[in-house]
Design a protein around this ligand. Structure first.
Ligand code: C5P
Length: 397
C-alpha cells in the first residue's frame, strides 16, 4: 500500500490513451489512494465517466457548473487537501491551455486554482509533441514547476513511431510514488550491490547461491524514491532495474569488486546487499569439463576480496551499510561482522525469514544500539532502512 492515505485528483483529457487512465485509477486505489477523477468533455468521448466512477468509487466531475457541489465551488473543493493533481493523458491542447493560464473548463480551472503539485503525463502524436508550440508549452510548464512524466517513445495509435506515447500506467504509478516520497536523500549518490555472484568452474558451470536480489533491488528503488542518484551493481538476477536506477550487470565477485572500486570515489553512501561468494575457483577450465576424463575433478578455491570491508577501509570513503544473512545467532554474528568490517550500520536477517521470499524481518545494528523492524514485505523494510540511513547521514528524521 504505497499510496496509503494519499488523495489524488486524476485529470483525464481527450486522447486515445484515456483508456489507460482507467487502469491508473485501479492501480492507485489498489495502493491505498483515494482518487477523485475529473474529465474534460473530450475525454468523455473516449471513455465514459461511469467507468471511472466504478473504479474510483466516487462521482466523476466533468462540468464547471456541476450542481452537485453545494457551493458551486467544484474548481476549488475538488483539489482541496489533495496531495497532487495528475493529468494523464494530457493532450497538446490541455498543455497549451495550462501553459497560458486559461481556465475555460473544470479541469483547467481546477489546475489554476490548485494549492498542490501538478504532474502531467503527455500523450499525443509525435509531430504534435515535436511542434515548436508544444515544445514551448512543455518548457513553460516545467518553468512553472509542473512535473512532466514522459512521454515515452514507441508505437503510436496513429500507426507512427516516435516520442509522444503516454508512459505505461505502471510507470506512472512508480513516478507518482517517487514524487510523493519525502526526499530524505536528495543530492546523495548511492552505490549499491545486490543479488548473488556466479563463480565459473568451466564455461557452463559455476558456484552461486540462492539470493534473489529482491531485497537489494527494493533498497535501490527506495533510495531513488528518496531522491538519491543510485547506481546498482547487480549479480545475475531476473529482476527489472528499478525505474531511474543506473544498473551495472556483473557476474563474478571479482567483476563486482572492480565495478564497485571504479565508482566508489563518487559515492556518498555504499550499501552492500549482494550475497558475494566467499571463494572462487582458482583456475576455471576454458573448455567444458567432461565426465569421463579421469573421475570427479578437484576444484581448488581461493578467497574473494571482501568488497564491503575494502570500501569501509578507504580514507574518506562513503558511509557504509552492510547486510548479514545468518541462519542462527543473528545478533552475535551481525555485531561481530559490523566490528570486523568496521561499518557503522548493518542490517541483519535470518535466512529462513527472508532469503528468496517476498517478506523479510530485519534488525538494524548501529552505534546507538539494536533496532528490530517488524516483519514486512521487502519494499516496506527497504523504505525503513533508507529512512534510518538518512537519519544517520543527514541528521534529519
Ligand atoms: O561476511 P559476510 O559475507 O557475511 O558479510 C556480508 C556483508 O558483506 C554483505 O553486506 C555483503 O554484501 C558484503 N560482502 C562483500 N564482499 C564479500 C563478502 C561480503 O561486500 N566478498
Amino acid at each position: 500500500m504505497e499510496l496509503q492515505g494519499k488523495r489524488i485528483v486524476l485529470g483525464v483529457t481527450g486522447g486515445i490513451a484515456a483508456y489507460k487512465a482507467a487502469e491508473l485509477v485501479r492501480l492507485f486505489v489498489k495502493q491505498g489512494a483515494e482518487v477523485q477523477v475529473a474529465m474534460t468533455e473530450a475525454a468523455t468521448r473516449f471513455v465514459t465517466p461511469v467507468t471511472f466512477q466504478a473504479l474510483s468509487g466516487k462521482p466523476v466531475f466533468t462540468d464547471q457548473w456541476d450542481a452537485r457541489m453545494a457551493n458551486n465551488m467544484a474548481h476549488i473543493d475538488l483539489s482541496r487537501s489533495a496531495d497532487c493533481i495528475l493529468v494523464a493523458p494530457a493532450t497538446a491542447d490541455f498543455m497549451a491551455r495550462v501553459a497560458q493560464g486559461l481556465a475555460d473548463d473544470l479541469l483547467t480551472t481546477l489546475v489554476l486554482a490548485r494549492d498542490c503539485p501538478l504532474l502531467v503525463a503527455p500523450a499525443m502524436n509525435r509531430q504534435m509533441w515535436e511542434n515548436p508550440a508544444t515544445r514551448r508549452n512543455a518548457a513553460q510548464l516545467q518553468a512553472d514547476g509542473v512535473a512532466l512524466l514522459g512521454p515515452a517513445c514507441g508505437e503510436q495509435a496513429c500507426g507512427e513511431t516516435g516520442a509522444g506515447r503516454m508512459l505505461e500506467p505502471e510507470e506512472i504509478l512508480e513516478e507518482l510514488i517517487a514524487f510523493l516520497t519525502p526526499k530524505r536523500l536528495a543530492g546523495k549518490r548511492v552505490l549499491m550491490t545486490a543479488g548473488p555472484t556466479f563463480e565459473a568452474i568451466d564455461p557452463v558451470r559455476g558456484i552461486t547461491n540462492l539470493s534473489s536480489g529482491k531485497m537489494g533491488y527494493a533498497v535501490a528503488r527506495a533510495a531513488r524514491q528518496a531522491g538519491a542518484e543510485v547506481t546498482l551493481i547487480s549479480g545475475p538476477v531476473s529482476l527489472p532495474a528499478p525505474q531511474g536506477v543506473a544498473r551495472v550487470d556483473v557476474r563474478s565477485a571479482l567483476d563486482m569488486h572492480q565495478a564497485v572500486m571504479t565508482r566508489v570515489g563518487q559515492a556518498d553512501i555504499f550499501i552492500a546487499v549482494a550475497a558475494v561468494a566467499d571463494y572462487r575457483v582458482a583456475n576455471p577450465a576454458e573448455q567444458k569439463l567432461k565426465k569421463d576424463e579421469g573421475g570427479p575433478p578437484a576444484i581448488e578455491l581461493v578467497e574473494n576480496p571482501d568488497i564491503l570491508a575494502e570500501v569501509a577501509s578507504l580514507p574518506a570513503g562513503p558511509f557504509c551499510v552492510g547486510f548479514a544473512a545468518e541462519s542462527r545467532n543473528l545478533e552475535q554474528y551481525a555485531q561481530a561482522k559490523r566490528r570486523k568490517k568496521n561499518i557503522p550500520l548493518i542490517a541483519g536477517n535470518l535466512i529462513q525469514e527472508g532469503f528468496g521470499g517476498e517478506d523479510n524481518r530485519l534488525v538494524l545494528f548501529d552505534d546507538n544500539g539494536v533496532h528490530p523492524l517488524a516483519p514486512a514485505p521487502k519494499p516496506v523494510l527497504a523504505r525503513q532502512l533508507i529512512k534510518h540511513i538518512a537519519a544517520i547521514t543527514t541528521g534529519k528524521n
